[in-house]
Design a binder for this molecule. Structure first.
Ligand code: CAA
Length: 392
């Protein structure tokens, strides 16, 4: 595939690379160690336009395309996956859904605080008993007698940026009798500073430790009807449409961490001497390098294909579900493969906290889990190829 980067693409890629290497990479280990939320970094990224790359300038965004988004994501993730996770949720899971399904008034109110990095956005779909099978959620929203607001009760789990988010897109059941049941789900715009929003248990995680994750709880939270996103009953489709976009971002994130691990491995293979030779002269190391490089470049092509399909969808309205799922599936499994090989190539040093290799390995794992596990991506791809409907 021939991908001609235009001047804007090169500019954002270089700006992201510069910022990532100079301002994120030097402090990534600190944030990983402490689990602190990197708010100063996010604020700067907001000022640079990285928190709403595809959002029009009138909503505080950078007004660029999906290719620009994946290029920037790759560079940020190369320095720190946790920071890129916060960026990904703000850009895809929060902004994209509001931009695509929101009213003009909603866009003007709900986008600028997030696109500018002043506030943090989140996306609340998952529940303790509803992960991959997202249509089985229990969080309930009941219209008040006077029809002015919904009263929301329930618990969401594994919410990225949950401990700090100012605003979020929430999915809740408004019609429990709807059949198929996903047609009873509605999307809401939530301001977390309103009464009835409670932050729950913070998850202690294996990786992306600076990206805060928690439960969130709704206790008689009153959401005005004008904060319904899209139509009542359209929530599940909104959730799935947004995840299609989000998965391209996660694929780019996976590519970034794979590249970081790969580049460190190549350098180490050139420098590390064993049995009187640089270890890169040994065929067993060469095989690893060849497989790592090939999978990385294949991931890149799938990601660009998905990004271009998403751009095309703006004109045709066609879904890019399969392209996004393939990109995420392959890139995330590549990230796991590459970071695993990188630890092995580095030997004891790969296992030590003195180098970032073990962090890459821990961080890469999440890309095979969130925004749909690898098993879900395979299911989505196969169903689309076979023309099968789901189970809802
Ligand atoms: N775009 C638009 N609509 C879609 C769609 C898509 N990509 N996928 C499905 N739909 C529609 C279908 O057309 C169908 O609508 P109709 O009945 O009106 O035709 C409806 O949604 C239901 O579809 P299915 O019957 O296929 O649904 P299902 O329940 O069988 O399976 C699933 C759907 C693909 C498994 C879905 O549940 C899924 O993707 N699960 C994974 C959830 C997930 O990724 N969770 C991650 C949470 S987010 C996260 O990680 C948070 C974070 O903070 C980073």
């Amino acid at each position: 595939m021939d991908l001609h980067l235009n001047e804007e693409h090169v500019m954002i890629r270089d700006a992201a690379r510069d910022f990532a290497q100079n301002e994120i990479a030097p402090v990534a280990a600190h944030y990983d160690e402490t689990g602190e939320f990197p708010m100063p970094i996010i604020k700067k990224m907001g000022e640079m336009g990285f928190m709403g790359i595809e959002m029009p300038e009138e909503y505080g965004g950078a007004g660029m395309d999906t290719v620009a988004y994946v290029l920037a994501m790759e560079e940020i993730a190369k320095a720190d996956v946790a920071t890129s996770t916060i960026m990904s949720v703000n850009n895809s899971l929060y902004c994209y859904g509001i931009y695509k399904f929101g009213t003009e008034e909603q866009k003007q109110t709900w986008l600028p605080p997030i696109t500018t990095g002043e506030e943090i956005g989140a996306y609340a779909l998952t529940e303790p008993m509803s992960g991959s099978d997202a249509g089985t959620m229990k969080t309930r929203a009941v219209l008040s007698d006077d029809g002015r607001y919904y009263i929301i009760n329930g618990r969401k789990s594994w919410i990225t940026s949950g401990p700090v988010a100012h605003r979020l897109v929430l999915f809740a059941v408004t019609d429990p009798d709807a059949r198929p049941k996903h047609r009873g789900i509605t999307a809401f715009l939530i301001d977390t500073r309103e009464p009835g929003f409670i932050r729950g248990k913070v998850e202690p995680k294996l990786g992306i430790r600076a990206s805060a994750t928690s439960e969130i709880i709704f206790e008689d939270y009153k959401c005005p009807v004008e904060n319904v996103l899209g139509q009542p009953g359209q929530g599940f489709k909104i959730a799935m449409t947004v995840l299609d976009a989000g998965r391209i971002g996660i694929a780019a994130q996976a590519l970034g961490v794979a590249e970081a691990a790969y580049e460190a491995s190549v350098q180490y293979a050139r420098e590390r001497i064993a049995f009187g030779h640089p270890i890169g002269e040994f065929q067993m190391i060469q095989q690893k390098i060849a497989d790592m490089k090939t999978r990385i470049e294949a991931s890149r092509l799938l990601i660009y294909q998905a990004a271009l399909a998403k751009e095309e969808a703006k004109k045709t309205g066609q879904r890019f579900t399969t392209q996004a799922a393939m990109a995420k599936l392959f890139a995330s499994e590549t990230a796991m493969f590459v970071t695993h090989q990188a630890v092995q190539i580095h030997g004891g040093m790969g296992y030590s906290k003195e180098l970032p290799i073990e962090r890459y390995f821990r961080d890469a794992k999440i890309t095979e889990i969130y925004e749909g596990t690898s098993e879900i991506q395979r299911m989505v791809i196969a169903r689309n190829e076979l023309g099968l409907r789901g189970s809802c």
